[in-house]
Design a protein around this ligand. Structure first.
Ligand SMILES: Nc1ncnc2c1ncn2[C@@H]1O[C@H](COP(=O)(O)OP(=O)(O)OP(=O)(O)O)[C@@H](O)[C@H]1O
Ligand SMILES: [Mg+2]
Length: 263
């Protein structure tokens, strides 16, 4: 997919597709991800669902380069020197007494120059990101004192501050009440649509993934499939995926997967 970017040289096209081919990750000789191949188009919102231990977090960590795959390739195309990935990990505990205000917490990662303070354009960018994520109201609160929903918005803002090419969210709506879950997903969807930011998010909430994702990866320890939101199998079929019955077929055997993979 081509995205228009305007710069001083005129209009250029930037490709930001994520391409994963034949990915294999093992721990202690046990395959967690085996022969996984899929593309995520620029500007797409892909959800990953699947039972505990299926390898969802491992997949995100492999994309981030935090885990070295045994085999396969992960390509994130961009015209920048190096693709920037925004990441909100699955569990991030913050001590209640952490003496850092939310504004400073969000701007961590912005301080890349030689000065230990923000330049004017960085301050402006911080303001924009905080407006977008509705975190200005909590700017002066210490992060340890934020509610679950506020904290997730602060994490999201921190992930966005470096203007990423790809946003990875690992169960960002877990532990939020239904209203906060919807608000969080609406925000992510808005950023995805307005900025054409590619998003991969993990969730156990089938209602949310069906509502907000363009496509859904169903990952189990022995198989995977990618379907559009409309094609998400019914709850009974998914239940069987979550309970890992004998009917699940090994990944790599396209015909025997749960459905077709419209990549
Ligand atoms: N660094 C590691 N060393 C050894 N085993 C690991 C490591 N990281 C993950 N695993 C194992 O890989 C498997 C997949 O873990 P992963 O965290 O990716 O699952 P998940 O799908 O994210 O599960 P959950 O829904 O519980 O978050 C698990 O069996 C886990 O114990
Ligand atoms: Mg996980």
């Amino acid at each position: 997919m081509k995205l228009l970017i305007y710069n001083l040289r005129g209009v250029i096209y930037v490709l930001r597709d994520v391409r994963i081919s034949n990915l294999q990750v093992s721990f202690n000789g046990q395959h967690v991800l085996n022969n996984l191949s899929f593309n995520v188009s620029a500007g797409e919102m892909l959800a990953i669902i699947g039972p505990n231990g299926a390898g969802k977090t491992t997949l995100l960590k492999a994309i981030l380069g935090l885990i070295a795959p045994q085999d396969g390739r992960i390509v994130l195309e961009t015209d920048r020197r190096k693709a920037v990935i925004g990441y909100v990990p699955q569990s991030r505990t913050i001590d209640e007494e952490t003496p850092i205000e939310t504004r400073d917490f969000i701007s961590l990662g912005q301080l890349s120059g030689i000065f230990p303070w923000l330049l004017k354009k960085e301050r402006e960018h911080l303001k924009q990101v905080m407006m977008l994520t509705d975190t200005q109201r909590i700017a002066g609160k210490t992060v340890g004192r934020l509610s679950g929903g506020e904290r997730q918005r602060a994490f999201l803002a921190q992930a966005l501050i470096r203007d990423p090419d790809l946003l990875l969210l690992d169960e960002s709506t877990a532990n939020l009440d239904p209203y906060a879950q919807e608000k969080m997903m609406q925000l992510v969807r808005k950023i995805n649509r307005d900025q054409k930011l590619t998003v991969i998010f993990i969730s156990h909430d089938l209602h949310l993934v069906k509502k907000y994702a363009d496509r859904i990866m169903i990952l189990s320890p022995e198989s995977y499939d990618i379907v559009s939101a409309d094609e998400l199998p019914d709850a009974q079929t998914l239940n069987s995926v979550y309970r890992l019955p004998a009917g699940i077929h090994p990944s790599g055997d396209r015909k025997k997967r749960l459905g077709k993979q419209p990549v």
